[in-house]
Design a binder for this molecule. Structure first.
Ligand code: SF4
Length: 360
Protein backbone atom coordinates (compact mmCIF):
# COMPACT_ATOMS: atom_id res chain seq x y z
CA UNK A 1 0.00 0.00 0.00
CA UNK A 2 1.37 3.41 -0.95
CA UNK A 3 0.90 6.34 1.43
CA UNK A 4 0.74 10.07 0.64
CA UNK A 5 0.74 13.37 2.50
CA UNK A 6 -1.07 16.45 1.19
CA UNK A 7 -0.17 19.89 2.60
CA UNK A 8 -2.58 22.73 1.90
CA UNK A 9 -1.18 26.24 1.42
CA UNK A 10 -4.23 28.53 1.75
CA UNK A 11 -2.77 31.74 0.30
CA UNK A 12 -3.07 33.32 -3.18
CA UNK A 13 -2.04 36.62 -4.74
CA UNK A 14 -5.66 37.25 -5.74
CA UNK A 15 -8.84 35.21 -5.99
CA UNK A 16 -9.67 33.78 -9.43
CA UNK A 17 -13.30 34.29 -10.37
CA UNK A 18 -14.14 30.60 -10.71
CA UNK A 19 -12.24 29.32 -7.67
CA UNK A 20 -13.90 27.59 -4.74
CA UNK A 21 -10.72 26.19 -3.17
CA UNK A 22 -10.10 27.38 0.37
CA UNK A 23 -7.55 30.21 0.12
CA UNK A 24 -7.13 33.87 1.01
CA UNK A 25 -6.46 36.31 -1.84
CA UNK A 26 -4.20 39.37 -1.48
CA UNK A 27 -1.39 37.33 0.06
CA UNK A 28 2.13 38.39 -0.92
CA UNK A 29 3.67 35.30 0.69
CA UNK A 30 3.04 32.58 3.25
CA UNK A 31 3.28 33.75 6.88
CA UNK A 32 5.93 31.85 8.77
CA UNK A 33 3.46 31.10 11.58
CA UNK A 34 1.53 28.97 9.07
CA UNK A 35 4.63 26.98 8.12
CA UNK A 36 5.40 26.50 11.83
CA UNK A 37 1.85 25.20 12.40
CA UNK A 38 2.23 22.64 9.56
CA UNK A 39 5.61 21.50 10.90
CA UNK A 40 4.20 21.25 14.43
CA UNK A 41 1.30 19.12 13.17
CA UNK A 42 3.55 16.83 11.14
CA UNK A 43 5.91 16.36 14.07
CA UNK A 44 3.06 15.59 16.46
CA UNK A 45 1.80 12.68 14.31
CA UNK A 46 3.57 9.36 13.95
CA UNK A 47 2.98 9.14 10.20
CA UNK A 48 4.75 6.61 7.99
CA UNK A 49 7.32 8.05 5.59
CA UNK A 50 5.25 8.96 2.50
CA UNK A 51 5.68 7.66 -1.05
CA UNK A 52 4.22 10.95 -2.27
CA UNK A 53 4.15 14.45 -0.81
CA UNK A 54 1.96 17.08 -2.44
CA UNK A 55 1.86 20.82 -1.74
CA UNK A 56 -1.45 22.12 -3.10
CA UNK A 57 -3.46 25.24 -2.67
CA UNK A 58 -3.96 28.01 -2.79
CA UNK A 59 -0.61 28.90 -4.29
CA UNK A 60 2.28 26.89 -2.79
CA UNK A 61 4.76 28.77 -5.00
CA UNK A 62 4.24 31.75 -2.65
CA UNK A 63 6.40 29.78 -0.19
CA UNK A 64 10.09 30.55 0.06
CA UNK A 65 12.45 27.66 -0.66
CA UNK A 66 13.48 27.67 2.98
CA UNK A 67 9.84 27.34 4.15
CA UNK A 68 9.26 24.47 1.74
CA UNK A 69 12.43 22.75 2.92
CA UNK A 70 11.28 22.85 6.58
CA UNK A 71 7.96 21.21 5.73
CA UNK A 72 9.58 18.57 3.48
CA UNK A 73 12.02 17.74 6.28
CA UNK A 74 9.16 17.35 8.78
CA UNK A 75 7.20 15.11 6.37
CA UNK A 76 10.25 12.80 5.82
CA UNK A 77 9.39 11.55 2.29
CA UNK A 78 11.00 8.26 1.22
CA UNK A 79 14.15 8.66 -0.93
CA UNK A 80 12.27 7.85 -4.17
CA UNK A 81 9.12 9.80 -3.22
CA UNK A 82 7.28 12.00 -5.69
CA UNK A 83 7.27 15.53 -4.21
CA UNK A 84 4.95 17.90 -6.08
CA UNK A 85 4.58 21.66 -5.70
CA UNK A 86 1.67 23.46 -7.37
CA UNK A 87 2.83 26.76 -8.83
CA UNK A 88 1.41 29.82 -10.52
CA UNK A 89 3.46 31.27 -13.40
CA UNK A 90 3.68 34.83 -12.05
CA UNK A 91 5.25 33.71 -8.76
CA UNK A 92 8.26 31.85 -10.15
CA UNK A 93 11.88 32.89 -10.63
CA UNK A 94 15.02 30.85 -11.43
CA UNK A 95 16.27 31.24 -7.85
CA UNK A 96 12.96 30.06 -6.34
CA UNK A 97 12.76 27.05 -8.68
CA UNK A 98 16.34 26.02 -7.90
CA UNK A 99 15.56 26.45 -4.19
CA UNK A 100 12.45 24.24 -4.51
CA UNK A 101 14.54 21.52 -6.13
CA UNK A 102 17.16 21.75 -3.39
CA UNK A 103 14.35 21.57 -0.80
CA UNK A 104 13.34 18.19 -2.23
CA UNK A 105 10.63 19.00 -4.80
CA UNK A 106 10.90 16.90 -7.97
CA UNK A 107 7.59 17.61 -9.70
CA UNK A 108 6.02 20.96 -10.61
CA UNK A 109 2.34 21.42 -11.40
CA UNK A 110 1.82 24.71 -13.20
CA UNK A 111 -1.52 26.54 -13.41
CA UNK A 112 -1.38 27.56 -17.07
CA UNK A 113 -5.14 27.19 -17.84
CA UNK A 114 -5.16 28.81 -21.31
CA UNK A 115 -2.87 30.41 -23.89
CA UNK A 116 -5.40 33.19 -24.60
CA UNK A 117 -4.80 36.34 -22.56
CA UNK A 118 -8.43 37.51 -22.95
CA UNK A 119 -9.58 34.30 -21.26
CA UNK A 120 -6.99 34.62 -18.49
CA UNK A 121 -8.26 38.15 -17.79
CA UNK A 122 -11.88 36.96 -17.75
CA UNK A 123 -10.98 34.19 -15.29
CA UNK A 124 -9.22 36.70 -13.05
CA UNK A 125 -5.88 34.90 -13.39
CA UNK A 126 -3.02 37.23 -12.45
CA UNK A 127 -0.69 36.14 -15.28
CA UNK A 128 -0.35 36.13 -19.05
CA UNK A 129 0.39 33.33 -21.50
CA UNK A 130 3.88 34.79 -21.98
CA UNK A 131 4.50 34.37 -18.23
CA UNK A 132 3.38 30.72 -18.49
CA UNK A 133 5.84 30.16 -21.35
CA UNK A 134 8.61 31.79 -19.36
CA UNK A 135 7.74 29.80 -16.21
CA UNK A 136 8.01 26.53 -18.16
CA UNK A 137 11.35 27.58 -19.64
CA UNK A 138 12.71 28.54 -16.20
CA UNK A 139 11.45 25.30 -14.63
CA UNK A 140 13.19 23.17 -17.26
CA UNK A 141 16.37 25.21 -17.02
CA UNK A 142 16.38 24.91 -13.21
CA UNK A 143 16.26 21.11 -13.63
CA UNK A 144 12.60 20.09 -13.26
CA UNK A 145 12.09 17.09 -15.55
CA UNK A 146 8.62 16.19 -14.29
CA UNK A 147 6.30 19.09 -15.13
CA UNK A 148 2.52 19.04 -15.24
CA UNK A 149 0.31 21.77 -16.67
CA UNK A 150 -3.36 22.53 -16.06
CA UNK A 151 -5.68 23.34 -18.94
CA UNK A 152 -9.14 24.74 -18.25
CA UNK A 153 -11.64 24.08 -21.04
CA UNK A 154 -15.17 25.17 -21.91
CA UNK A 155 -14.36 28.76 -20.96
CA UNK A 156 -16.52 31.63 -22.27
CA UNK A 157 -16.28 31.79 -26.11
CA UNK A 158 -14.08 28.65 -26.06
CA UNK A 159 -12.97 27.08 -29.30
CA UNK A 160 -10.85 24.17 -30.46
CA UNK A 161 -8.26 26.78 -31.49
CA UNK A 162 -7.91 27.92 -27.86
CA UNK A 163 -7.37 24.34 -26.75
CA UNK A 164 -4.82 23.74 -29.54
CA UNK A 165 -2.86 26.87 -28.63
CA UNK A 166 -2.79 25.89 -24.95
CA UNK A 167 -1.66 22.35 -25.72
CA UNK A 168 1.07 23.74 -27.97
CA UNK A 169 2.25 26.10 -25.22
CA UNK A 170 2.53 23.22 -22.76
CA UNK A 171 4.09 20.82 -25.21
CA UNK A 172 6.72 23.32 -26.33
CA UNK A 173 7.34 24.12 -22.66
CA UNK A 174 8.21 20.47 -21.96
CA UNK A 175 5.19 19.42 -19.89
CA UNK A 176 4.97 15.63 -19.58
CA UNK A 177 1.63 15.54 -17.76
CA UNK A 178 -1.55 17.50 -18.44
CA UNK A 179 -4.66 17.93 -16.30
CA UNK A 180 -7.48 19.12 -18.57
CA UNK A 181 -10.58 20.26 -16.68
CA UNK A 182 -13.92 21.66 -17.73
CA UNK A 183 -14.83 25.01 -16.18
CA UNK A 184 -17.51 24.49 -13.53
CA UNK A 185 -19.49 27.42 -12.21
CA UNK A 186 -19.54 26.94 -8.45
CA UNK A 187 -21.91 28.74 -6.08
CA UNK A 188 -20.12 31.15 -3.77
CA UNK A 189 -17.56 32.19 -6.40
CA UNK A 190 -17.52 35.45 -8.37
CA UNK A 191 -18.67 33.49 -11.45
CA UNK A 192 -21.40 31.85 -9.34
CA UNK A 193 -22.71 35.29 -8.39
CA UNK A 194 -22.31 36.76 -11.91
CA UNK A 195 -22.13 33.97 -14.49
CA UNK A 196 -20.04 35.02 -17.49
CA UNK A 197 -21.53 35.33 -20.98
CA UNK A 198 -20.46 33.07 -23.82
CA UNK A 199 -20.36 29.72 -22.00
CA UNK A 200 -20.68 26.67 -24.29
CA UNK A 201 -23.82 24.57 -23.88
CA UNK A 202 -23.80 20.92 -22.76
CA UNK A 203 -23.37 19.45 -26.26
CA UNK A 204 -20.60 21.89 -27.18
CA UNK A 205 -18.85 21.09 -23.88
CA UNK A 206 -19.06 17.35 -24.55
CA UNK A 207 -17.62 17.85 -28.04
CA UNK A 208 -14.77 19.94 -26.61
CA UNK A 209 -13.94 17.26 -24.06
CA UNK A 210 -13.86 14.51 -26.70
CA UNK A 211 -11.78 16.71 -29.01
CA UNK A 212 -9.30 17.43 -26.19
CA UNK A 213 -8.98 13.75 -25.23
CA UNK A 214 -8.32 12.84 -28.87
CA UNK A 215 -5.74 15.61 -29.40
CA UNK A 216 -3.90 14.81 -26.19
CA UNK A 217 -3.64 11.14 -27.22
CA UNK A 218 -2.40 12.20 -30.67
CA UNK A 219 0.30 14.29 -29.05
CA UNK A 220 1.51 11.38 -26.90
CA UNK A 221 -0.33 12.18 -23.65
CA UNK A 222 -2.18 8.97 -22.82
CA UNK A 223 -5.37 9.40 -20.86
CA UNK A 224 -5.28 7.59 -17.52
CA UNK A 225 -8.09 9.39 -15.67
CA UNK A 226 -11.13 11.47 -16.66
CA UNK A 227 -9.10 14.70 -16.59
CA UNK A 228 -5.50 13.49 -16.60
CA UNK A 229 -3.10 12.62 -19.40
CA UNK A 230 0.57 11.67 -19.23
CA UNK A 231 3.63 10.75 -21.22
CA UNK A 232 4.87 7.21 -20.40
CA UNK A 233 5.98 6.91 -16.77
CA UNK A 234 4.65 10.35 -15.81
CA UNK A 235 1.28 9.62 -14.22
CA UNK A 236 0.74 11.50 -10.96
CA UNK A 237 1.58 8.97 -8.26
CA UNK A 238 -0.06 11.16 -5.63
CA UNK A 239 -3.41 11.54 -7.38
CA UNK A 240 -3.44 7.81 -8.14
CA UNK A 241 -3.45 7.22 -4.37
CA UNK A 242 -6.83 8.99 -4.17
CA UNK A 243 -8.36 7.08 -7.05
CA UNK A 244 -7.04 3.73 -5.79
CA UNK A 245 -8.46 4.31 -2.29
CA UNK A 246 -5.04 4.18 -0.62
CA UNK A 247 -4.23 6.04 2.61
CA UNK A 248 -3.43 9.74 2.51
CA UNK A 249 -3.09 12.33 5.23
CA UNK A 250 -4.08 15.95 4.58
CA UNK A 251 -2.62 18.75 6.71
CA UNK A 252 -3.99 22.31 6.78
CA UNK A 253 -7.35 24.08 6.80
CA UNK A 254 -9.96 22.39 4.57
CA UNK A 255 -7.57 19.47 3.89
CA UNK A 256 -9.10 15.98 3.76
CA UNK A 257 -7.62 12.65 4.82
CA UNK A 258 -8.54 9.02 4.36
CA UNK A 259 -6.72 6.70 6.73
CA UNK A 260 -7.61 3.04 7.26
CA UNK A 261 -10.99 3.59 5.61
CA UNK A 262 -12.02 6.63 7.71
CA UNK A 263 -12.42 10.03 6.08
CA UNK A 264 -11.71 13.20 8.06
CA UNK A 265 -11.51 16.91 7.25
CA UNK A 266 -9.98 19.97 8.89
CA UNK A 267 -12.26 22.99 9.32
CA UNK A 268 -11.76 25.73 6.74
CA UNK A 269 -10.21 28.27 9.12
CA UNK A 270 -6.53 29.20 8.82
CA UNK A 271 -6.49 31.20 12.09
CA UNK A 272 -7.71 28.17 14.07
CA UNK A 273 -5.20 25.90 12.38
CA UNK A 274 -2.33 28.26 13.21
CA UNK A 275 -3.51 28.63 16.80
CA UNK A 276 -3.67 24.83 17.19
CA UNK A 277 -7.37 24.93 18.13
CA UNK A 278 -8.79 23.37 14.91
CA UNK A 279 -10.53 20.04 15.49
CA UNK A 280 -10.90 17.58 12.59
CA UNK A 281 -14.26 15.99 11.98
CA UNK A 282 -15.01 12.50 10.70
CA UNK A 283 -16.83 12.90 7.37
CA UNK A 284 -17.53 9.25 6.57
CA UNK A 285 -16.08 5.89 5.66
CA UNK A 286 -14.44 4.75 2.47
CA UNK A 287 -17.05 2.33 1.13
CA UNK A 288 -17.32 -0.06 -1.81
CA UNK A 289 -19.37 2.62 -3.58
CA UNK A 290 -16.50 5.10 -3.22
CA UNK A 291 -14.17 2.46 -4.63
CA UNK A 292 -16.40 1.91 -7.69
CA UNK A 293 -16.78 5.66 -8.23
CA UNK A 294 -13.06 6.39 -7.97
CA UNK A 295 -11.88 3.38 -9.99
CA UNK A 296 -14.23 4.19 -12.86
CA UNK A 297 -12.51 7.57 -13.20
CA UNK A 298 -9.40 5.64 -14.29
CA UNK A 299 -8.76 4.31 -17.77
CA UNK A 300 -7.49 1.14 -16.08
CA UNK A 301 -11.01 0.83 -14.71
CA UNK A 302 -12.64 -1.17 -11.97
CA UNK A 303 -11.17 -4.50 -10.92
CA UNK A 304 -14.15 -6.65 -9.94
CA UNK A 305 -11.92 -9.11 -8.05
CA UNK A 306 -10.64 -6.28 -5.80
CA UNK A 307 -14.20 -5.05 -5.25
CA UNK A 308 -15.12 -8.48 -3.95
CA UNK A 309 -11.95 -8.99 -1.95
CA UNK A 310 -11.88 -5.54 -0.28
CA UNK A 311 -15.59 -4.83 0.16
CA UNK A 312 -17.35 -8.17 -0.33
CA UNK A 313 -19.38 -6.70 -3.22
CA UNK A 314 -20.27 -8.31 -6.53
CA UNK A 315 -22.18 -7.11 -9.59
CA UNK A 316 -25.45 -8.99 -9.89
CA UNK A 317 -26.80 -10.34 -13.20
CA UNK A 318 -28.98 -7.27 -13.76
CA UNK A 319 -25.94 -4.97 -13.39
CA UNK A 320 -23.98 -7.12 -15.82
CA UNK A 321 -26.79 -6.71 -18.35
CA UNK A 322 -26.57 -2.94 -17.89
CA UNK A 323 -22.77 -3.04 -18.28
CA UNK A 324 -23.11 -5.05 -21.49
CA UNK A 325 -25.51 -2.39 -22.82
CA UNK A 326 -22.85 0.23 -22.04
CA UNK A 327 -20.22 -1.86 -23.86
CA UNK A 328 -22.45 -2.23 -26.93
CA UNK A 329 -23.17 1.52 -26.86
CA UNK A 330 -19.44 2.39 -26.87
CA UNK A 331 -19.54 3.79 -23.32
CA UNK A 332 -17.53 1.03 -21.63
CA UNK A 333 -15.18 -1.79 -22.41
CA UNK A 334 -13.62 -4.81 -20.67
CA UNK A 335 -9.81 -4.94 -20.32
CA UNK A 336 -8.34 -8.00 -18.58
CA UNK A 337 -11.34 -8.44 -16.30
CA UNK A 338 -11.56 -4.74 -15.51
CA UNK A 339 -14.53 -2.59 -16.41
CA UNK A 340 -13.33 0.63 -18.08
CA UNK A 341 -15.26 3.64 -19.31
CA UNK A 342 -14.40 5.06 -22.73
CA UNK A 343 -14.03 8.86 -23.10
CA UNK A 344 -17.71 8.98 -24.15
CA UNK A 345 -18.62 6.90 -21.10
CA UNK A 346 -16.64 9.26 -18.85
CA UNK A 347 -18.81 12.12 -20.05
CA UNK A 348 -21.91 10.37 -18.68
CA UNK A 349 -20.15 8.77 -15.73
CA UNK A 350 -22.72 10.00 -13.20
CA UNK A 351 -25.61 8.42 -15.05
CA UNK A 352 -23.70 5.11 -15.32
CA UNK A 353 -22.85 5.22 -11.60
CA UNK A 354 -26.50 5.78 -10.68
CA UNK A 355 -27.34 2.44 -12.29
CA UNK A 356 -24.33 0.60 -10.91
CA UNK A 357 -24.21 1.89 -7.35
CA UNK A 358 -27.20 0.12 -6.00
CA UNK A 359 -25.90 -2.99 -4.32
CA UNK A 360 -29.07 -3.82 -2.34
S1 SF4 B 1 -4.59 30.64 -7.86
FE1 SF4 B 1 -5.63 28.65 -7.71
S2 SF4 B 1 -6.28 28.45 -5.56
FE2 SF4 B 1 -5.70 30.61 -5.90
S3 SF4 B 1 -7.62 31.63 -6.37
FE3 SF4 B 1 -6.73 31.03 -8.35
S4 SF4 B 1 -7.55 28.97 -8.80
FE4 SF4 B 1 -7.95 29.42 -6.62
Amino acid sequence: MAFGIYIHIPYCLSKCRYCDFYSAGHSGGVPDEYVRAVVRQLESEQLPRPDTLYFGGGTPSLLSAEQLERMVRAARPLPDAEVTVEANPETLSPALLEGFLRAGANRLSLGVQTAFDDSLRRLGRPHTAAQSREALRMARQAGFANISGDIMMALPYYSQAEFDATLELLEEGGACHISAYLLKIEPGTAFGRHPPAGLPDEDETADLYLYAAEQLERHGFAQYEISNFARPGRRSRHNLLYWNCEDYRGIGPAAHSCMRGVRTAWPACTADFIAGRAAETVTGECTGEDFVMLQLRLNDGLDLASLKQKYGLELQAEKFRFVEQCVRGGLATWKNGRLCLTPRGMLVQNAILCQLLDFD
